[in-house]
Design a protein around this ligand. Structure first.
Ligand code: NAP
Length: 280
């Protein structure tokens, strides 16, 4: 089965839209998402434009604050403080990467954890690591939703996660651990990678190496989630050799059209959840 991330994201966006309409009727309020974009990094500009468009479509008030590449850290911190105190702002996102003069750690630490829709602040990272409720990073949240569309009860499954980044690998592993999976986290120094992958009931590849996972790396009937986005000529491919793997496994996400669309939908979901927390 090929997991249609585009369709699943559409369904999620529709649910979010309906919920926002219903809350607006009762409270006359809608969620607000503030996005800070620094510099003229082209992929960041595309991501932010997309986030703004999707926010508007579901009824979230989106406000993009743009700075030139040479803005000071102090000025950005001042803006974040203002947004933290602004009741019309439910969620704050600072698009990464940042220019050299701005420390990522200091920016992430300055965002109010209850408005941290990316789930990157130490409080949210700590909540996830402790198995508590909190804001979960968007791509990992989307991965789990897609896995659970295929298999509701993940208890006892062996999940192998390729990649240990703070953005993807670690939070995906923690989410699956919370679902009672047995976890193997692999990275660039892991030995016998193929043998480890062959043991996976659920294999999540978040590495950034085109077509790393081959047909003879995957177990029959496993679930494969491909987070990778890699340019190969004029094509975008994942970390898994999709064509050769797809017929051997129970379910697999394509690239594009798998995890990617879920990431933005989960950002909207996180924004709605932050908004609802403030309503009560
Ligand atoms: P990252 O920070 O570069 O981390 C990559 C991880 O993969 C690291 O842990 C690295 O190991 C490991 N790795 C690298 N080469 C490996 C190899 N040959 N074998 C085993 N492990 C290897 O990347 P990231 O930010 O997590 O992103 C991963 C991929 O997901 C990228 O292609 C990115 O574009 C994509 N992505 C997709 C979405 C989406 O919405 N679909 C969102 C974010 C990112 P070490 O720790 O040892 O270096």
């Amino acid at each position: 089965m090929i997991i249609d991330g585009k369709k699943e994201a559409e369904v999620l966006r529709e649910e979010i839209k309906k919920e926002i309409i219903s809350i607006k009727k009762k409270t006359n309020r809608v969620p607000g998402l503030a996005v800070i974009l620094i510099g003229d990094h082209i992929p960041s500009q595309i991501y932010v434009k997309n986030k703004e468009k999707c926010s508007k479509e579901v009824g979230i008030n989106s406000n993009v604050i743009k700075y030139s590449h040479d803005v000071s850290e102090e000025e950005v911190l001042k803006k974040i403080k203002e947004l933290n105190n602004d009741n019309s702002v439910s969620g704050i996102l600072v698009q990464l990467p940042l220019p050299d003069q701005i420390r990522q750690e200091s920016i992430i630490n300055s965002i109010d954890p209850s408005k941290d829709v990316d789930g990157f602040s130490p409080i949210n990272v700590g909540n996830l690591a402790s198995g508590y409720n909190g804001i979960v990073p968007c791509t990992p949240k989307g991965c789990l939703m897609l896995i659970k569309k295929i298999e509701k009860n993940l208890s006892g499954k062996h999940a192998v996660i390729l990649g240990r980044s703070n953005l993807n690998g670690k939070p995906i592993a923690q989410l699956l651990l919370k679902e009672n999976c047995t976890i193997t986290i692999a990275h660039s120094k892991t030995e016998n990678l193929k043998e480890k992958c062959l043991k996976a009931d659920i294999l999540v590849a978040a590495v950034g190496v085109a077509n790393l996972v081959k047909k003879d790396w995957v177990k029959d009937g496993s679930i494969i989630i491909d987070v990778g986005i890699n340019k190969q000529g004029d094509k975008i491919v994942g970390d898994v050799s999709f064509e050769e793997v797809k017929d051997k496994v129970k379910a697999i996400t394509p690239v594009p059209g798998g995890v990617g669309p879920m990431t933005i939908a989960c950002l909207l979901k996180n924004t709605l959840e932050c908004f609802k927390d403030r309503l009560t």
